[in-house]
Design a protein around this ligand. Structure first.
Ligand SMILES: Cc1cc2nc3c(=O)[nH]c(=O)nc-3n(C[C@H](O)[C@H](O)[C@H](O)COP(=O)(O)OP(=O)(O)OC[C@H]3O[C@@H](n4cnc5c(N)ncnc54)[C@H](O)[C@@H]3O)c2cc1C
Length: 385
């Protein structure tokens, strides 16, 4: 089977790898360079505990499991150290208690911890006010997305895939049963199946094929699609896992750096104006760090980014054929880092005619009548999407 994959982010790389496992003849066309999209501006926390509805939770739960399987015993891109979360205010404690109850109902691993147990996990934690609730999600993890991407793309190439960049797809046609893809340099690629893995550009690529896959505007300042990420210079503190707190999420980012996320400030994020290293936003993000981890006073920000999410219009994954001839398949999702190793196998199976039950609720055809049942809000708690 000849397959053209459009886009070499983590999702396209995973799909290409999954297809080569089934001996497909794969060409990946990437408009800029692999990883140039959302993949390299991601918090990259592998999680499912706060996903809804149940079918989206089930997909992400399987995604977490697939990461563990894919990494095996020790992989340089994968850190299976769990997520430690805490809640201080009455509202946040109630929300965390509801999540813990739901996790129990779903049989999703979670442990309630005392402050001493939390400190035993992370010795440099700053003590929080009396009454703080701690929860530990032991199966969750984080990854370095550039390394995960490299691993998946490397596997695809080892399996015979050709990766071409820059190669911006400008036309997708079904010519009497053969798919034909054209790129900006007028090159043409024929295939049995075309798979769009174009992330936040999915709407435009689907349109090229005459299909409909609505995405939220990734350029809209302050909306659910945009969010700040701050990378510190090296900091002499001990941290080995994702920590999510009421006003700061933080994880290790390699070589002593930390990656910071402040969901409540994301309403100020504007992708056309990423904040400077000395900006008020950068200072505010950094100023929250010493309230979470010891030995972080005086830390510096090395990089400020505004990430742009690939967010389907109802916040949920899109996966499935978007044309009646079943030749043009679309995959677009937030949580693409969590889902990539799982999507590798599920999408490859589907294009080989094996329907994946886990994807049943996420078909692009749900938008066929032009309605979007619910839109994600910008006010988010950790792991909500
Ligand atoms: C701030 C932030 C935090 C996040 N945190 C998490 C998290 O903690 N956990 C998690 O699981 N996920 C998280 N995500 C989401 C996750 O990063 C994305 O879902 C994932 O990276 C999407 O990957 P992708 O391959 O679909 O898209 P992309 O990486 O954007 O790749 C799409 C590729 O398609 C290419 N392309 C587009 N149009 C064309 C065309 N016409 N022709 C050829 N190529 C084309 C682009 O150049 C791009 O390289 C976060 C995202 C953001 C912004």
């Amino acid at each position: 089977m000849r397959v053209v994959v459009i886009g070499a982010g983590v999702v396209g790389a995973a799909v290409a790898a999954g297809l080569t496992r089934r001996a497909a003849d794969v060409t990946v066309l990437e408009a800029r360079r692999p990883g140039a999209g959302t993949t390299t501006t991601s918090f990259a926390w592998i999680n499912a505990g706060n996903k809804n509805p149940d079918s989206y939770y089930a997909l992400n739960h399987a995604g977490v499991h697939a990461h563990h399987e894919f990494a095996g015993h020790g992989a340089p891109w994968f850190f299976p150290t769990g997520n430690l979360e805490w809640a201080v205010s009455d509202d946040d404690r109630s929300a965390l208690a509801r999540r813990i109850d739901k996790a129990h109902v779903r049989d999703y691993p979670v442990q309630q911890l005392t402050a001493e147990q939390a400190a035993a996990l992370e010795p440099d934690l700053i003590g929080q006010p009396a009454g703080t609730e701690y929860a530990f999600f032991p199966t969750e993890a984080h990854t370095y997305p550039a390394l995960l991407l490299a691993r998946l793309l490397g596997e695809a190439k080892d399996g015979g895939a050709t990766v071409i960049s820059p190669a911006q797809v400008t036309a997708v046609e079904n010519r009497a049963g053969t798919m034909s893809v054209e790129t900006a340099d007028s090159a043409r690629y024929n295939a049995d199946i075309v798979i769009s893995c174009a992330g936040r550009w999915t709407g435009q690529v689907a349109e090229l094929a005459g299909a409909y896959a609505p995405m939220l505007d990734p350029d809209l300042a302050g909306s659910a699609t945009v969010g700040f990420l701050a990378t510190t210079a090296l900091v002499p503190t001990r941290l080995s896992r994702v920590i999510t707190t009421p006003d700061l999420n933080v994880r290790p980012d390699g070589a002593g750096r930390l990656l910071l996320q402040t969901l409540d400030l994301d309403r100020l994020a504007d992708p056309t104006a990423p904040p400077a290293l000395e900006s008020a936003i950068a200072k505010e993000m950094l100023g929250r760090l010493p309230r979470v981890l010891r030995s972080t006073e005086g830390a510096a920000i090395e990089k400020m980014q505004v990430g742009q999410r690939a967010l389907p219009a109802d916040g949920l994954t899109i996966a499935g054929f978007a044309d009646t001839a079943a030749r043009f398949y679309v995959v677009a999702t937030h949580s693409g880092v969590t889902l990539a190793p799982l999507l590798a196998d599920l999408v490859a199976a589907e294009v080989h005619g094996e329907e994946a039950a886990l994807l049943g609720d996420f078909r692009p055809t749900r938008f066929a009548d032009g309605t979007v049942r619910s839109a994600p809000s910008a006010a988010r708690r950790p792991g909500e999407q």
